[in-house]
Design a protein around this ligand. Structure first.
Ligand code: 5GP
Length: 192
């Protein structure tokens, strides 16, 4: 998606540990116009899939999920990071290793909100090693629901998540795939 790639080149910042900061337009200060265009693009790619629910993890995926949900006319269910060790029997739960915080958190969703008949699209801001998607996929499987695919704003193509998940048969649509990045250069993978 050209608009997103141009914005990454203009305002993205590369930090140690292969972290790309997009705080100035996507996940801290949010450019609403760009967000809306991202939502439209995600909807265009998955509109034939009869999606009934969009899922993401708090916090940075929520805005993008809502932008897509606006065009797809679906609710957004975000997995919450559980603050207590004891997870209630009313919840599905999964452990997720956080790429940026370097810790593991348990994420939960209320069983009431994820149903066997749901057709779920996962939406997130980044795909790196795939832990967030795997955690969400686990919640979807626990509910007996169907994973339709994943829509990601920015995939870091030099990390293993995208390749592994695609090899497992998961449909991943990334609006921008960063092929390589250093302090002073960033390249994108050309997509058809
Ligand atoms: P994964 O679980 O695929 O390893 O990492 C994806 C999650 O980690 C996303 O939910 C995102 O919030 C965070 N993340 C991974 N890499 C980056 C990055 O380079 N920049 C930012 N801002 N977040 C990232």
């Amino acid at each position: 998606m050209q608009l997103l790639e141009e914005r990454i080149l203009r305002d993205g910042k590369v930090y140690p540990g292969n972290v790309l900061k997009v705080s100035g337009f996507l996940n801290h200060l949010i450019d609403e116009h760009l967000l809306d265009e991202i939502g439209k693009e995600i909807s265009a790619r998955f509109c034939e899939q009869n999606v009934t629910k969009i899922m993401t993890i708090e916090a940075s995926g929520i805005a993008i999920a809502c932008a897509a949900a606006h065009y797809m006319h679906t609710p957004v269910l975000f997995a919450k990071k559980s603050k207590t060790a004891n997870v209630s029997a009313d919840c599905y739960s999964a452990d997720v290793v956080s790429y940026t915080h370097n810790n593991t958190s348990t994420v939960i969703v209320d069983k009431e909100f994820l149903l066997p008949e749901d057709r779920v699209l996962i939406v997130d801001d980044f795909l790196a090693n795939g832990a967030a998607i795997r955690g969400l996929r686990s919640l979807i499987e626990q509910a007996g629901a169907t994973l339709v695919g994943c829509a990601i704003a920015i995939e870091k193509g030099f990390q293993k998540g995208g390749e592994e998940l695609r090899a497992e048969g998961v449909r991943i649509e990334s609006l921008a795939i960063v092929e390589s990045m250093t302090d002073d250069s960033l390249t994108f993978r050309h997509q058809n």
